[in-house]
Design a binder for this molecule. Structure first.
Ligand SMILES: NC(=O)c1ccc[n+]([C@@H]2O[C@H](COP(=O)([O-])OP(=O)(O)OC[C@H]3O[C@@H](n4cnc5c(N)ncnc54)[C@H](O)[C@@H]3O)[C@@H](O)[C@H]2O)c1
Length: 265
């Protein structure tokens, strides 16, 4: 247990995990709590949020599970109110929710494009809309948005809506960062690379013909380290950005990819 975000009230969206094991939102929530944060564990699946909460409480940390669909403005408002009710303030907003659907413009259905944009981009607009007035009132706050290296590089499994949505996340983050800098609020985006998480297994296997092991091998081979990253790599980057150690870091992107984007292919 440390104190890098001691006493901070932290909202993590997508704090559960879509499958067994450790997702980015789950690991980040646990790490924040280990470092003294008080976490509102937001997920559309209350069970998933409760599972993360159990892990946090088993270590003596503080977490409150909260069911919420971040594509709903009313739910996002309730989410902020729940954080204020539980902890009296909101210091960090960690926007982790994101999904991917494989395919280019021809393969991807229009409805899937719209759905993905709602989940990956509109959700962050809504959570910021309802959180920023409170951070402004406090005179401080931090936003950590989870984007992807797919925002800046093409990946073998083409996912056009996902890539476009994550580029939008970077732009959204930059605009908030500049608009609110003088008010003591920072916003940064993390760009994870190829990470071995339940989301990848659940959502990307189809793009590799349904063979999970082959997909994991191929993703690992692409990485200069010879292996994928994991949820804790994303979590440690988030912890740094959320902490006061990063007090002069604003409007930027932090790539967490083991060097993958440094390769000229
Ligand atoms: N794994 C990777 O390789 C990788 C790489 C780059 C970026 N990312 C990003 O990491 C994030 C996902 O992280 P994760 O590992 O925690 O994913 P995950 O899918 O395991 O967990 C996300 C949680 O979000 C919840 N959720 C989904 N839609 C929601 C909604 N509308 N409202 C509230 N909750 C909702 C799910 O119930 C789930 O528990 C995404 O933004 C993703 O794009 C992942």
């Amino acid at each position: 247990m440390g104190d890098r975000v001691q006493g901070k009230a932290i909202i993590v969206t997508g704090a559960g995990s879509i499958g067994p094991g450790m997702g980015n939102g789950k690991a980040s929530s646990i790490l924040y709590a280990r470092e003294g944060g008080r976490i509102l564990l937001v997920d559309q699946s209350l069970e998933a949020a409760q599972e993360t909460c159990r892990l946090i409480q088993a270590e003596g940390g503080t977490g409150v599970p909260f069911a919420c669909d971040v594509t709903s403005s009313a739910d996002c408002l309730r989410m902020v109110e729940a954080c204020l009710a539980a902890f009296g303030r909101v210091d960090v907003l960690h926007n982790n929710v994101g999904v991917t659907f494989p395919g280019g413009p021809v393969e991807l259905a229009e409805e899937q494009w719209d759905r993905l944009m709602r989940i990956n981009v509109k959700s962050m607009f809504l959570t910021c809309k309802h959180t920023l007035p409170h951070m402004e009132q406090q005179g401080r706050g931090v936003i950590v948005n989870i984007a992807s290296i797919n925002a800046i590089r093409s990946l073998p499994a083409i996912a056009i809506a996902y890539a476009a949505s994550k580029a939008a996340v970077i732009a959204l983050t930059r605009e908030v960062a500049v608009q609110y800098a003088a008010k003591g609020i920072r916003a940064n985006a993390i760009l994870p690379g190829l990470m071995d998480t339940p989301m990848v297994i659940a959502q990307l296997t189809g793009a590799y013909g349904g063979d999970v092991e082959e997909m994991l091998r191929r993703r690992a081979r692409l990485c200069p380290t010879g292996k994928q990253g994991d949820a804790w790599d994303t979590a440690h980057a988030a912890l740094f950005l959320a902490s006061d150690e990063a007090k002069y870091i604003n409007g930027t992107t932090l790539v967490v990819d083991g060097g993958l984007t440094s390769i000229v292919g």
